[in-house]
Design a protein around this ligand. Structure first.
Ligand code: ADP
Ligand code: ADP
Length: 241
């Protein structure tokens, strides 16, 4: 069975806006599924519904064989560990008052008891922080710094390290390179590709950057006005006419 299966999902906001109008898709373990579409088509709404940051209005979300719409906050804990998100703007995702080390330990402190320890030994907190920084190719000397002392690319590496820290099955990448300069964009995409293979991660990769998404994805969904209007397999994305 699929890691994630979404059936006829709908989302109507309180103001009557139908942001998602019946979308269905599935995501396999270790797969990268691309999602492209113009601003306002509903990509972020879909991401927030998957993460249960927003209630859905209709349809079903099945993760690891379990329907998750009806779960209460406590029942959602293992699910919240298993599906992480990386946002567009790493500066907004990191608490400016916390040292990098403490930001990195945040999910572990919250959900670490559910984690498998397939990749990170966590023999001690400081060893764990070093393991995480190494995984995203940052020097351990950054652990004591604050976010404003890091570049945009370094900050995004920290948010990626934090997302993988508790060994999720899946990460929603919501425009993960959109706020970065061109050189950092390429480096972050390469890192995300490496981590996907090393940790057997599934990605839902949301972007308006077709080149970035098609580079990494095995399939590509095209969203317009809350619906999927097209789907391409990898061979079709690179086919020559
Ligand atoms: P993006 O295109 O990157 O998703 P938006 O500018 O559409 O960003 O949305 C930014 C934030 O404003 C989001 O949290 C979204 O939920 C909220 N938002 C967008 N449109 C509306 C709206 N019509 N009413 C209320 N909140 C909105
Ligand atoms: P995208 O991520 O593709 O830019 P969004 O999911 O942010 O699109 O928005 C989809 C539609 O829903 C837009 O028309 C947006 O204005 C609207 N929207 C987003 N958030 C809210 C909200 N909190 N309340 C009402 N409308 C919203």
């Amino acid at each position: 069975t699929s890691l994630l299966s979404v059936e006829q999902l709908t989302k109507e906001y309180k103001n009557g806006k139908h942001a998602i109008r019946g979308v269905s898709f599935s995501l396999e373990q270790g797969e990268c599924l691309g999602l492209v579409g113009e601003s306002g088509c509903g990509k972020s709404t879909l991401a927030r519904c998957l993460l249960r940051l927003e209630p859905v209005t209709g349809g079903t979300i099945t993760f690891k064989g379990k329907p998750i719409q009806q779960l209460n906050e406590k029942q959602l804990n293992p699910y919240r560990r298993d599906m992480q998100i990386v946002f567009q703007n790493p500066a907004a995702a990191l608490n400016p008052r916390l040292r990098i080390r403490d930001s990195l330990l945040d999910p572990y402190n919250q959900y670490g008891r559910h984690m498998q320890h397939n990749y990170f030994s966590c023999s001690s907190r400081s060893a764990f922080v070093d393991e995480l920084l190494e995984a995203v190719e940052l020097p351990s000397s950054l652990a004591g710094r604050y976010p404003h002392e890091l570049s945009g690319g370094q900050k995004q590496r920290v948010t990626i390290a934090r997302a993988i820290s508790i060994e999720p099955a899946m990460i929603v990448l919501d425009e993960p390179t959109a706020s970065l300069d061109v050189l950092s964009q390429g480096a972050i995409l390469t890192l995300l590709e490496q981590l996907q293979r090393q940790l057997n991660l599934a990605y839902l990769f949301i972007s308006h950057d077709l080149a970035a998404v098609s580079r990494m994805s095995s399939r590509l969904l095209v969203m317009r006005e809350g619906q999927f209007v097209d789907e391409f397999a990898r061979q079709e994305m690179f086919a020559e006419d």
